[in-house]
Every structure is written in structure tokens, then in C-alpha cells.
Design a protein around this ligand. Structure first.
Ligand code: OAD
Length: 247
């Protein structure tokens, strides 16, 4: 059981500015594979063949098969108590921002409202040339490759290796990190930039850093508190503790 520090509990006043960064680990307890570590997707699949603009140009069919497979996984599973606990935190703290690297959309499905999705959303498709969003149904997309009116292929609405992140979301995320008083890094290996730069930026601007992960990461030496364990257990316990303290 986590012994939440009195320092952190004292910081978690209603007016505190909280920023949460999540990665694939928060969806692990839902049944979705993470990217790195045991059973990680990048252990069995090569990202350069599946998640780059070059791979899509070379073999769009293969790339779409991979994303349709992952869409199936996302559809077959559901948000877990970790996602739901973050919804409760957002309801409790008016100045709460959620930044996610996840493309599964589970935070929205759980009910989180203020979210910056840095790596896009796997359920969306957009034109690989003009960026227009695809309105065609999922079934059609599975049957054959779809082309936009501009003549280019539709692609999954995610960020691939070597691509820039959506500028609006990225700027907002860094602005939030700079303003944060408490910053949680949850379920991320903290190795993929620019997202991995957010916790150090928050710390440089005075935020109190908390990390939740079953494993240590390159961020761990920098944090004020490392809570070793599963997000789906620790986050509901934190919500419960905050409720007790304020009762
Ligand atoms: P990773 O797969 O790199 O890391 C997942 C982290 O979650 C690891 O540090 C695990 O120890 C931790 N973890 C596993 N189970 C957990 C649990 N129940 N609770 C909390 N933590 C748990 O995933 P990300 O850091 O999200 O990018 O990866 C970052 C980016 O790399 C992804 O967004 C994706 C990938 O390539 C793109 O596709 C652009």
C-alpha cells in the first residue's frame, strides 16, 4: 500500500495546478500492450515497418492492417480504474490538465475533458496529403484503401516516428508543464521526446514531481516521489486518500 506523503497531500489543495502525463502503462491494466518492456509491441514488431511515413509510402496495406489490428484491441478493451481515477481528480481540481501520449482514446472514453493528445487518436483517419479528416465508416476502410478527394490516401490519425507533434497540443502541453505545481508522470518509460521533456520542464519551473510506474525509468532520479506499482491501483487509492483528508 502506498504511504502518500503529507507533503504531497498538503500540496493537493483545491486551487493547486495539476498536470498529469500518461503513457501506454496506464492502459496496460485494460489489456492493451505497451511498447517497451516484456510483451511490448516493439519487441515483436519493427516500428520502421509500421509507424513511419516511409513505411506507409512503401506498403500502405501493411500499415493499415497493423492499425486495424490495434483498433480491434482498443475496441475489445475498456478504460480501467486508473483512467477513471483521473476523471475524479479532474472533477475535484479545477486547474487540472491531462497530457497523454496514448492514441487509444481511453481517457476521453472514461470521461476526462481537458486533454492534450500528443500522438493523435488511433480511431481517426486523415488524408496523408491535405490532412482532411476521413468521414467514411470503419468497414469501408477495412475493405480497401481509401482515397481523399485530393487524390492521396487516407492514413491513421496518429503521429509516426520522424513526424512533428500537433503544434497546438504540444505548445499547450509545455505551457501547462511550466505552470504546474504538481506534475504526475504515469505509465510512461519517459524515453520518447518531446513528451519526455515535459516532467523536467515542470521541475525546472518548480513543480513537485511524482512518478507512478512498476519500473524505474530515466525520469526516476529526478522525481520527488516514486510510487512503484500499477496506476490502476495507486490512482484510485490516491483519490480515496484525498477524499479522506478533505472530509
Ligand atoms: P512504453 O511502452 O515505452 O512504456 C510503458 C511504461 O508503462 C513502462 O515504463 C512500464 O513499466 C509502465 N507500466 C506498465 N504497466 C503499468 C501499470 N499498470 N501502471 C503504470 N505503469 C505501467 O510506453 P510510452 O512511454 O507511452 O509513440 O511510449 C511512448 C511512445 O513510444 C508511445 O506514445 C508511442 C511509442 O513508440 C508513438 O507511437 C509516436
Amino acid at each position: 500500500m502506498i504511504n502518500f506523503s503529507s507533503k504531497l497531500l498538503a500540496l493537493l489543495q483545491p486551487e493547486v495546478k495539476i498536470v498529469v502525463l500518461t503513457g501506454a502503462g496506464i492502459s496496460a491494466e485494460s489489456g492493451l500492450a505497451t511498447f517497451r518492456g516484456p510483451g511490448g509491441l516493439w519487441k515483436n514488431y519493427r516500428p520502421e515497418n509500421l509507424a513511419t511515413p516511409e513505411a506507409f509510402a512503401r506498403d500502405p496495406q501493411l500499415v493499415w492492417e497493423w492499425y486495424n489490428f490495434r483498433r480491434d484491441q482498443v475496441r475489445q478493451h475498456a478504460p480501467n480504474p486508473g483512467h477513471h481515477a483521473l476523471v475524479q481528480l479532474e472533477a475535484r481540481f479545477p486547474d487540472f490538465v491531462l497530457i497523454t501520449q496514448n492514441v487509444d482514446g481511453y481517457h476521453r472514453r472514461a470521461g476526462s475533458k481537458k486533454i492534450y493528445e500528443l500522438h493523435g487518436n488511433i480511431m481517426q483517419s486523415r488524408c496523408s496529403q491535405c490532412g482532411r479528416e476521413c468521414e467514411a465508416g470503419e468497414e469501408l476502410q477495412r475493405e480497401h484503401l481509401l482515397y481523399c478527394a485530393c487524390g492521396a490516401l487516407y492514413r491513421p490519425g496518429v503521429v509516426w516516428f520522424g513526424e512533428a507533434l500537433p503544434p497546438g497540443a504540444l505548445q499547450s502541453a509545455f505551457a501547462a508543464a511550466e505552470n504546474a505545481q504538481v506534475f504526475f508522470s504515469i505509465g510512461t518509460s519517459a524515453v520518447v521526446y518531446p513528451a519526455a521533456a515535459l516532467p523536467p520542464v515542470a521541475a525546472e519551473h518548480g513543480a513537485y514531481l511524482v512518478e507512478i510506474n512498476p519500473e524505474k525509468t530515466p525520469l526516476t532520479p529526478l522525481v520527488d516521489e516514486f510510487w512503484q506499482g500499477q496506476a490502476g491501483e495507486i490512482l484510485p487509492a490516491l483519490v480515496h486518500r484525498i477524499q479522506q483528508v478533505s472530509a
